[in-house]
Each structure stands twice: as C-alpha cells, then as structure tokens.
Design a protein around this ligand. Structure first.
Ligand code: C2E
Ligand code: MG
Ligand code: MG
Ligand code: MG
Length: 281
C-alpha cells in the first residue's frame, strides 16, 4: 500500500481490513502448528433407529486449540482447505477414529457400529485416497465395514469417471458411501443412478423447514421415496425435536441424527450411550 501513497495520493488504509488480514495470518500460523502438534480430535454424534438403537455415529472433527479450547470446523476448515492442509488433517482424524474404534471393540463394544467419516473434495481428489484410507484402517486391524465415508454432491460434478472409480474402490473394500447434505448441491437427480452410493443423508435445512413448510415436507417425502426405490438407506440430519423425528418416520425415514438424540460428544461419552441401550427407547 505504501508505495501507492506518494505525494498527492490518498493513502488507502482500512484498519478493519488490516485487522482481518492479521487475524487470518494468525489463524494460518496456528493451523500449521496444530497439524504439526496433532491438535485435532474427533467428536461423535449418534445415529439412531426409530426404535432407539444406536447403530452408528458421525465422526466430527474438532480442534483442541491451546487457548480457545474446542473449535468446531466452521471456524477453520475452509482456511485449512485453502492452505492445502485438509489431507493431513483428515488423516489425523482417521487415525483418531480408528484408534477409538479399536479401543471400543477391545472393550467388547461397538462391534456392529458403523462410523461415518467426512471427506472433503480436496482429500478425495488425492490420487491414492482409497489406498491410504484402507492402509490406516488396516493398521488398527479393523474391518473396513466399520467405516462409512460421507461425500457431498459438489464432489460429483468434475472428473466424474475418476470419482466413480474411487467410489467403486471404496465399496469393493466394504466401505460404504453416504451422500451428505443431500438436496443442497447443484447437480441433477440423474447422478443418483450413476454414482454407487449406499445412503442418502437428508440435509438439515429440509428437516428444519418441513414442519412449517408443506413444500419442504413434500420434497422430503420425495427424497425418501426416491431413495427407497433405489434401495438406499435414508438418514436425516439435524433432527432436533420428537415431532421432526415422527414426521420423518411417517414419511419412511429409517435413521436419525441430531441434537434431539445428542450433540456431537467426546468418545468416552459416546461409549456410555452404547452401554445404556435403553437411552433412546
Ligand atoms: P456435516 O457433515 O453436514 O455435519 C453436520 C453438522 O451439523 C455438524 O456440525 C453437526 O454438529 C451439526 N448438527 C448435528 N445435529 C444438529 C442439529 O440437530 N441441529 C443443528 N443446528 N446442527 C446439528 P459441525 O460438527 O460443526 O461440522 C460442520 C461441517 O464440517 C460438517 O457438516 C462437515 O462438512 C465438516 N466436517 C466435520 N468434520 C469433518 C472432518 O473430519 N473432515 C472433513 N473434511 N470435514 C468435516
Ligand atoms: Mg457429514
Ligand atoms: Mg451433513
Ligand atoms: Mg449438513
């Protein structure tokens, strides 16, 4: 800026913008350190049947910041992606997940449990993504059907052949695929027939609106019917009330995840849920 601020020119200096730039570079430095020091942990949010059985969990990344405490992904994922750090962070998350699963299984828990792992576009794009994913699972001696991958529609727009090939590799390794945030992407419904997926995850925006908005409720019903006719499992995210769950159930939804069942929680707390089987009945 200063080289422009010669005689007879305006100095363009906005303190608010400067503050933002400083904040950003601080965050970047902290993120680099976080990766080096493995400050990432994973929380779990239960996935439950209508009858109240916990059949799985979504693993959700958290940053254990040395001063700020637990930070949710909204506060750093997009910056980490810009910096090209998501691949490493994703691998650290997967190590944490597999370590937890291994410990739980050794306690005789969670043998049937399927943990859903979020994978971003940047991670999925890496050439050997599936190989590395399987390698980590193998290190912990887990069955690969203990894991599920959550992908989003936005990842299925470019390099379609490559994406399909990777999806097929995952599934032939017994790792199933859930389509996250379903209904919020740009792509047409046609890809549902084209991409090998196992589950549709109805986005929370639909769940939130469906009680008040009849059109939204119809969309949800159509998504569920479409999924059923394609033999896909259907899970709803963002279920916050019993009414929402009942409405979804009436329309044929079979699995539920949301604050009504529990917010994302540390592994130790999640394991307590597994040992109290009547928790949601
Ligand atoms: P997502 O995969 O769609 O995850 C659902 C988000 O909704 C989570 O936010 C979860 O805490 C929140 N949520 C769950 N139930 C409710 C509810 O009843 N009401 C409301 N209002 N919210 C609910 P979170 O944990 O902050 O994660 C945000 C996003 O960050 C995730 O959206 C996912 O896209 C991304 N993410 C999380 N963990 C990972 C990860 O390990 N790797 C990658 N690549 N992305 C991740
Ligand atoms: Mg997800
Ligand atoms: Mg989601
Ligand atoms: Mg979502």
């Amino acid at each position: 800026q200063s080289r422009l601020a010669g005689r007879n020119t305006f100095r363009f200096f906005d303190p608010a913008m400067q503050a933002l730039a400083n904040q950003r570079s601080l965050l970047e430095a902290e993120l680099r350190q976080a990766v080096a020091q493995r400050q990432f942990i994973v929380y779990y949010q239960p996935q439950v049947t209508y009858e109240g059985e916990v059949v799985g969990a979504e693993a959700l990344l958290r940053w254990k910041h040395p001063e700020k405490g637990i930070v949710a992904p909204g506060g750093f994922i997009s910056v980490a992606e810009d910096m090209g750090l998501m691949e490493q962070i994703g691998q650290q998350a997967l190590h944490a997940i597999c370590g937890d699963l291994q410990a739980w299984q050794r306690q005789g828990l969670a043998h049937e449990l399927v943990v859903a792992v979020n994978v971003s576009a940047q991670e999925f794009k890496v050439d050997n993504f599936v190989g590395r994913f399987r390698e980590i699972i193998g290190k912990y001696r887990l069955h690969s059907h203990a894991l599920k991958v959550e992908l989003t529609e936005s990842m299925m727009v470019d390099h379609v052949e490559d994406v399909i090939a990777k999806m097929q590799m995952l599934r032939s390794s017994d790792i199933s695929i859930s389509l996250d945030d379903f209904g919020t992407g740009y792509s047409s419904l046609a890809y549902l027939g084209r991409f090998p997926i196992d589950q549709i995850k109805i986005d929370q925006s639909f769940v939130r609106e469906m009680e008040k908005d009849a059109a939204m409720a119809s969309i949800v019903r159509s998504i569920i019917m479409l999924g059923q006719s394609l033999n896909l499992s259907i899970i709803a995210e963002g279920v916050e009330t019993q009414q929402q769950r009942d409405l979804l159930h009436a329309q044929g939804c079979s699995l539920y995840q949301g604050y009504w069942y529990g917010k994302p929680m540390p592994g130790e707390q999640f394991v307590e849920l597994l040992t109290t089987p009547d928790r949601f009945r």
